[in-house]
Design a protein. Sequence first.
Length: 438
Amino acid sequence: MPDRHLAGARPERSAARTGGSGNGGSDGGAALPPAAGGKRPRDLRIDTFRGLALVMIFVDHVPGNPFEALTSRNYGFSDAAEGFFVMSGIAAGIAYSGRFAPEILRRDGAWAAISPVWKRAWTLYLVQVFLTMWAIAIYAWGANTFGLPKLLSEINLRQVFENTPEALIGIPALTHQLGYVNILPAYSVLLLGAPLVLFCGLRAPRTTLAVSLVLWFGAGLFRLNLPNFPNPGGWFFNPVAWQLIFVIGLLTGMHLRKGQRFVPRSRLLFGLAAGYLILVVAWMFIPALANALNTQLARLGAAGVPFFIVAHDKTFLSLPRLLHVLALVYVLSSLPVVKSLCASPLAAPLRLMGRHGLVVFSVGTVVSLLFQVFLAAEPDSRVLSVVLPLAGLLLQVLVAWGAEIARRPRPRTVQGGLARDLTAARSTAKVTIPSVPV
């Protein structure tokens, strides 16, 4: 099954309402010193890497193009999906955790803290249903237009056309998920549980992490997953397992919001993380080493070690993948040059895409599915395999640019502003009638 990826949260508005500081750094990232006025500067690394992840997601979702060889999944066990979950957790931790502080909860109440998080989860649910319906429409159109009936049985569409009543139950229930359109359900479910993590994480972060680790271990050990009706099995992005990297992101974001680090600076930890990344690259590119290491993992599995410890399973976020994404995020967040590169003009398009992750992801998903149909109709066209991904990325940058312009406050004209002020004054003015003695 092809890799499926994540659309990012958009925490900036919530952060503004709660007095938050905007986005923070990545896991283990440097604490952000307060700027003038008590606000911390926006950490551009989150936007940049979220935008980079969106680029890799789109490229990987147009199979057969030459740019696939450049995406991160070719150089490590994890891919853009794991990194995006961590970054989205960090962004959510920064945006929403301020509302769960004890003094804020006492003042505003629990619902004021929970409702913005659940509102975001509801938005993701609606986008998921929207993208699913467009995926069905695009592949059905391709099958009819290009005479390709095989499209009706790809990306898990067979149930839709052959077992329609059950599939139509599963789509809004999020149990029937199509290929390339199946990561938002996991993220939406995790946001439903995020308020509890935010509440506990502010008070007992280590205990919260320990519970998350136990849940991840139990998911792999007992094969815990959500149902995949009407198909057998469970969700491809299993939220019971994937919650671990999301929780790590949340805890990191909470600490960054306070100008602290969740993962302390350590030369030893940096060396271990960098060493593991180098080992993984060698593992993937040196056949003799790969054969030796895979043989050892197979022996451990045969000896009774659980599969999610020794395999490279994505659904249950196996240990090699988990360690790889955590090592990658820690190393990148610890290098000062990375921060400089993310703030450079060359990274501006990536930052722009990252700031509008959900709309960019949604447009990219629809366009990638459409391009898949075109490539299925012209499988030998080298021109299309090069031109289509580039055109799609350009379109996503333009969409992000449009969303950025739409978000900016519109300046009021002097005449229009005075007119509105006068209207407001008339509507709120009170006429006072002096009392006259009779």
